[in-house]
Design a protein around this ligand. Structure first.
Ligand SMILES: [Fe+2]
Length: 284
């Protein structure tokens, strides 16, 4: 089995699990340091973990719902902790978002179960949300044992009702009070700036960059005037510029390129973008 090893002098470079990542791995067996695999994938198809015979796996997760009011089940938290131990993942990366909501409250038994949104949703950006995240992260940390937790910034698509602060202040407030590292998704960050009219340079200065452990890069697409997260298209040039800027301040332990929503992401672009990222890491 292969296990992720941090190297203070060299950022580890990985791809998010998916058909294009597996195809790339076949063609370039020595070009990657790890594959980032979703807990939900491993839970659904445990055989996917067999990849660890050839490549270290880092656990990503969209089940803890740290910014929500509905806690994950004890079974789910136990399964995440078990997967983390089995993989010897350096951390569990989770979204600073919610994926479960209150039951619909109808007549049937299913209506009395929490509503699973199947998509990580950006929370209200307020002090109340910060306090909720602080409590939920503390509970998750107790259940995960020694495995560190990273929180990934959400993309913001619209002004969230009841919000009292911009995303950068929300993130800073959460990290001031939470025992967690920052998984900085530069595309989510850019999407948030584009959709809220914020200046990326100024917002970056307000983020707790010293807490960055891992960076994500993916694509975005603009529909009806709104920028959306899109892992099926290449990252735009601004994302690489943001990476160059972030690397002036911080040396992340890992950088994951997430081109995992397409079964046939163009391999030449994937290869070129990995080379570009490596180049930026080496120049920093
Ligand atoms: Fe991400």
């Amino acid at each position: 089995m292969k296990y992720f090893r941090s190297d203070p002098a060299r950022t580890q470079l990985g791809l998010a699990y998916g058909p294009s990542a597996l195809a790339y791995l076949d063609a370039h067996p020595d070009a990657l340091d790890y594959i980032e695999i979703p807990f939900e994938q491993l839970r659904h198809t445990p055989d996917a973990g067999a990849l660890q015979a050839h490549m270290p796996l880092v656990l990503h997760c969209a089940s803890v719902s740290v910014a929500g009011t509905v806690a994950p089940s004890a079974d789910t938290m136990r399964a995440i902790a078990d997967a983390a131990e089995r993989l010897q993942t350096p951390w569990v990366g989770e979204h600073l978002a919610f994926v479960s909501a209150e039951p619909l409250g109808g007549e049937t038994e299913a209506d009395r179960d929490p509503t699973t949104l199947t998509y990580t949703v950006c929370p209200q950006l307020s002090e109340a949300s910060v306090s909720r995240v602080v409590e939920n992260v503390a509970a998750a940390r107790r259940q995960l044992g020694d495995t560190p937790l990273l929180l990934e910034n959400s993309p913001q698509y619209f002004e969230i009702p009841g919000s009292t602060m911009p995303m950068s202040d929300f993130i800073a407030a959460v990290f001031a009070r939470c025992d967690a590292g920052l998984l900085l998704d530069l595309t989510h960050f850019l999407i948030t700036c584009l959709n809220t009219g914020a200046d990326p340079e100024r917002e970056l200065d307000r983020l707790p960059l010293s807490r960055v452990v891992e960076v994500h890069i993916s694509g975005l697409s603009v529909q009806s005037g709104i920028a959306w997260d899109d892992h099926a298209v290449p990252a735009p040039p601004q994302v690489f510029e943001l990476l160059r800027r972030v690397l002036r301040d911080v040396r992340p332990q890992a950088l994951t390129v997430e081109y995992n929503w397409s079964a046939a992401f163009p391999q030449p672009i994937l290869h070129r973008h990995l080379l570009r990222v490596r180049e930026l890491l080496e120049a920093a």
